[in-house]
Every structure is written in C-alpha cells, then in structure tokens.
Design a protein around this ligand. Structure first.
Ligand SMILES: [Ca+2]
Ligand SMILES: [Ca+2]
Length: 96
C-alpha cells in the first residue's frame, strides 16, 4: 500500500476513532476520562522516544496542552485528544 492510501486509511473516521480510543485508554493513567498535563507528558515522552527524537521540554508540553485544550479547562477530553492522535498518525506516516 502506498503512503497516500495509507493516509486516507488513517483519516478514515472508523480507523482514527479506534486509534483514538486505544491511545486515550493507555494515556489516561488515572482512568478519569481526561488526559491531564502529567499524562500528556508521559505520552509525549514515550512518543518522542519511539520517533527517536529528544524528549520534549517542559515548555513544549505546556505549549501542546495549551494548543490542544480548546475549551481551556486544563485537560484534554477525547475530542481534543483526537487532534493529537491524528497529527501523530500522519507524522509517523510521513516519516516512515
Ligand atoms: Ca486522566
Ligand atoms: Ca479541554
């Protein structure tokens, strides 16, 4: 399968939904159905590690949280988290 059709597949709602659900469940360490800053930090560090990048700085984690936290309650719900999962999926495809 080529990259373009892979991308299309990733952006297919059902596939993305599945990825979001799985990632969200793994990232939500205290199981309160929100991704808090510390949980986002753990997730980003692990993703950066997987991608072979330097670990994110504290400021980058703050910036990510601010960027993704659309309703400004200081944590990410599943809809907000979905944006990140989508970006990460596309990013890993671009860098395969
Ligand atoms: Ca949580
Ligand atoms: Ca939020």
């Amino acid at each position: 399968m080529d990259i373009e059709s892979l991308k299309k597949k990733v952006l297919d709602d059902a596939v993305l939904e599945e990825m979001v659900n799985t990632t969200f469940k793994n990232a939500d360490l205290n199981k309160n159905s929100y991704i808090e800053r510390n949980e986002l930090a753990v997730l980003l560090k692990s993703i950066y590690g997987t991608l072979g990048l330097n670990p994110p700085e504290e400021k980058e984690i703050d910036d990510e949280l601010i960027r993704l936290d659309l309703n400004k309650d200081g944590k990410l719900n599943k809809d907000e988290f979905k944006v990140l999962v989508k970006e990460l999926a596309l990013f890993s495809l671009e860098n395969m």
